[in-house]
Design a protein around this ligand. Structure first.
Ligand code: PEP
Ligand code: MN
Length: 337
């Protein structure tokens, strides 16, 4: 249920309402908006039908949340969530780019790429240390050594680290190094992993599963939010279709659909969506035009010799040129880069 408090409801009234809801065995989630406070009562809602709270002082209205996802829905919070990471905002007017190699491969290569992308003003560095590869014989990532290289690049540039967590057993080590923890497409419905990252205080970049519907993506975000962590970015990274010219199909409309259904920021990954470096620019521009709050783009200093996803990686100079183009698209839709 959503309990909308009256404008100007007093702190005492608010406390009494919360006490009553908790007393009925429901969990309370509070959303303090600019205009109003909304209380989400999560659990068996039928109890609120038997024991109504509409008449309590300070309550304006009580509505059921009809969607299966609640905390992440626009019904629960009408204002956009803006995630603040050490003063950098994701979900505000400025579009944030996350750039870097698919996987961390070497200290020098990573540093070269980080420094190059950072010249544009890009402040998030991506790089996988634990890689979800289709083949067990493919490069699996450098593990903690890769995280140490990311830390060195962070120390050298001041960039924030975005890196993937694949397994709950690696949470402690990833937590030590990451500023944003990525949950990959293949793990979107690893509910144990989602609950674990729901219990920590780091922002999460949740990628849409290869064949997941938008509703399933939102339900997975709800797993994270229901454990307390509300700093979630949703990532559209292309879905499986019958088309074979591209690795996946970028679902551009998902950006607008998610923005209607949820208050969470939307990040687009054009690299995994198209799987070809020559289409990354077009997909990135489409994403910004459609309302994305950020992009995560694979950039490699030597794509031809990359150990992972070289064919979809931009060379640093191509990324820098694209960044300039994106500024114009962003300006055209009232955003900045
Ligand atoms: C990645 O970002 O490196 C990655 C593996 O992406 P996805 O989980 O979307 O396939
Ligand atoms: Mn990749």
């Amino acid at each position: 249920m959503i309990i909308v408090l009256a404008k100007g409801a007093s702190d005492d009234e608010k406390r009494n309402i919360i006490k009553r809801i908790e007393g009925l065995g429901l969990a309370v989630h509070i959303s303090e908006g600019k205009e109003r406070t909304i209380i989400g009562a999560i659990g068996d809602e039928s109890i609120l039908i038997e024991k109504p709270i509409n008449s309590m002082p300070g309550v304006e209205s009580v509505m059921p949340i009809l969607k299966p996802y609640k905390l992440v829905s626009r019904d629960f919070q009408s204002e956009d969530t803006i995630i603040n990471i050490d003063g950098i905002e994701i979900g505000g007017k400025k579009i944030q780019c996350i750039a870097g190699p698919c996987s961390v491969e070497s200290e020098e290569g990573l540093l070269e790429t980080a420094k190059a992308v950072n010249t544009t003003g890009t402040v998030f560095l991506r790089g996988g240390a634990f890689k979800p590869r289709t083949s067990p014989y493919s490069f699996q990532g450098l593990g903690e050594q890769g995280l140490k290289f990311l830390k060195e690049a962070k120390d050298a540039t001041g960039m924030k680290i975005v890196t993937e967590l694949m397994d709950p057993r690696d949470l402690d080590v990833i937590y030590k190094y990451a500023d944003v923890i990525q949950i990959g497409a293949r793990n979107m419905q690893n509910f144990r992993l989602l609950k674990d990252v729901g219990g920590i205080d780091k922002p999460i970049l949740l990628k849409r599963g290869l064949s997941a519907t938008i509703k399933e993506l939102l339900m997975s975000a709800e797993y994270i939010a229901s454990e307390g962590n509300r700093r979630i970015m949703l990532c559209e990274r292309g879905i499986r279709t019958f088309e074979t010219e591209t690795r996946n199909t970028l679902d551009v409309t998902a950006i607008a659909v998610i923005k209607k259904l949820s208050h969470l920021p939307v990040i687009v990954d054009p690299s995994h969506a198209v799987g070809r470096w020559d289409l990354v620019a077009a997909a990135s521009k489409a994403a910004v035009a459609a309302g994305a709050d950020g992009l995560i783009i694979e950039v490699h200093n030597d794509p031809q010799n990359a150990l992972c996803d070289g064919s979809q990686s931009l060379k640093p100079e191509k990324y820098i040129a694209l960044y300039e183009e994106l500024k114009k698209v962003a300006a055209a839709v009232g955003r900045s880069l």
